[in-house]
Design a protein around this ligand. Structure first.
Ligand SMILES: [Mn+2]
Length: 297
């Protein structure tokens, strides 16, 4: 199957929800939550991410996580990730309970396309304090795509992880996972990255972006958001409407896309130092806000 067909399939099988100008969404991807070891790229940003997510929870946002949320190549089971970042999962649980959490499949958490795996590992967890199984995300369904459809304008916003445009990470994900487990995890501790990842390989990154842009053009310039490459993208109205939220494993920050008041913005959260030397987590607007409807052409 070609990358174009795989992207179309992600679109056709996407979960669809309606939204309006009062809806608020925060879009993150590529969090790569790990086990908090030296190989856990996310560990540096865990406080920043937790603080940002709490801000969005308190302010009524719906959380769209566009894949690679959990790092299941380096970590064989979800349990070690869960206990390393339980505060984050407690927060995600609240989003889920209120029907404000949508999670997509990425190549690092492709096992979530297996419903039995999800039921076994994500529906509930063992609470070490109470000694009982407690609900985590009971009934959660991971999809390849998510489409937001505007109630009045019918404008569609299509979200996917993006590995559908990347053969080695779609068809070859089991081989890549194997290489990461036996080889790259060890090298990563010494600062050497995995060369099959488009996040670490510019040529691959450009190819993946080209394929998705071609699909967008062939599909009537559909407003599309993905992650996977870890490279934030925020086009001007009139350009190909290809957005990327970036990742949560940048060395010192996390990036994401906010949708609020019918507008989209690219934001980053990072740790800044105040005049008196206090470390403070702050939100910085990088691009926008830009009216969604202006991308409708
Ligand atoms: Mn990915």
């Amino acid at each position: 199957m070609s990358s174009q067909k795989r992207i179309s399939r992600a679109y056709k099988s996407a979960k669809r929800i309606y939204f309006n100008d009062h809806s608020k969404f925060i879009i993150f991807s590529d969090i790569h939550r790990g086990d908090n070891s030296f190989a856990d790229d996310f560990a540096n940003n865990q406080n920043t991410y937790y603080h940002a997510l709490k801000h969005y929870y308190n302010n009524g946002f719906t959380y769209c996580e566009l894949g690679d949320g959990d790092e299941l190549w380096e970590n064989i089971d979800f349990k070690s990730i869960f206990y390393a970042h339980q505060n984050i999962f407690d927060l995600m649980k609240l989003f889920f309970k209120e029907d404000r959490l949508f999670r997509l499949i990425g190549n690092h958490d492709m096992v979530y396309s297996n419903k039995r795996y999800v039921e076994k590992h994500l529906f509930s967890y063992f609470d070490k304090l109470t000694g009982q199984n407690e609900p985590l995300f009971p009934g959660i369904i991971f999809t390849e795509g998510l489409v937001l459809e505007h109630e009045e304008t019918s404008q569609e916003i299509f979200m996917l992880h993006g590995h559908q445009a990347d053969w080695m990470n779609y068809k070859g994900w089991k081989f890549n996972r194997f290489m990461v487990r036996v080889l790259w995890r060890q090298l990563q501790i010494f600062g050497i990255g995995n060369p099959t990842s488009p996040a670490k390989n510019n040529k691959e990154l450009i190819k993946v972006e080209k394929r998705i842009k071609r699909w967008i053009i062939n599909n009537n310039n559909l407003f599309t958001i993905m992650g996977h490459t870890h490279r934030p993208r925020f086009p001007e109205p009139g350009d190909i409407p290809f957005f990327n939220d970036g990742s949560c494993v940048h060395p010192r920050s996390i990036t994401g896309l906010e949708i609020e008041n019918g507008e989209i913005s690219l934001i980053k959260w990072h740790i800044a130092t105040t005049k008196d030397g206090i470390l403070k987590i702050t939100r910085k607007l990088l691009e926008g806000p830009q009216n969604l409807i202006e991308y409708n052409n």
